[in-house]
Write a protein of this length. Structure first.
Length: 195
């Protein structure tokens, strides 16, 4: 996949996730979360190249300054990742994020230990993390799960879970039936309703 096609895919993903997006041009020019992701992708390429780790870290800090989003270049992030609003998001070095994941502002994917090795969370495909949530440690959040706003998640959860509270507790995610017009199972994920 070329860089340009990956960027188009990111823009399409942003438009799909954000009903306020009026055009692709608007998304390209004004979405700081998307800018942070694009700068991360460059920094990550540098990070995995011998001798370029310092420039990768410097680029990630520049991205943090410009966007308010801090993504360590060592993190591994899948396709069609979207950060809505962006400000205050922190993603640690050993975090792993699947495809089609969405984070709202103020989310932390952080570590709980000072040791080396895997110390940040893994988010499965299609996970949505609500505003202000903290997902901490070497845990796995299963595919299609929803983390509620301001939840503090410190334990792994299976696919199709809803995680709410401090500390968060997991329960099976029930989709509303019937779904509202124009919504599919994939888009009916509003983490704000799980507070």
């Amino acid at each position: 996949m070329t860089i340009l096609s990956r960027m188009r895919e990111d823009v399409a993903g942003a438009r799909r996730h954000d009903p306020a997006a009026r055009s692709g041009l608007e998304v390209v020019l004004s979405y700081s979360g998307l800018h942070a992701i694009w700068l991360y992708r460059v920094a990550h390429r540098w990070w995995v190249s011998p001798g370029l780790r310092l420039p990768a870290r410097l680029l990630s800090q520049l991205a943090r300054f410009l966007t308010g989003v801090e993504i360590h270049p060592g993190a591994r992030i899948g396709r069609r990742f979207f950060i809505d609003h962006g400000m205050g998001v922190v993603i640690g070095e050993t975090a792993v994020i699947g495809d089609d994941v969405m984070l709202y502002h103020g989310v932390t994917l952080g570590g709980k230990s000072r040791g080396r090795g895997k110390r940040h969370p893994t988010l499965g495909d299609g996970v949505v993390v609500g505003a202000g949530a903290q997902v901490l440690g070497d845990i796995v959040i299963g595919a299609r799960s929803v983390v509620g706003a301001n939840a503090v998640v410190v334990k792994s959860a299976p696919a199709d879970s809803v995680l709410v509270g401090i500390p968060a507790h997991a329960r099976a995610r029930d989709l509303p039936h019937p779904l509202p017009p124009g919504r599919s199972d994939e888009t009916w994920l509003d983490p704000g309703i799980y507070i």
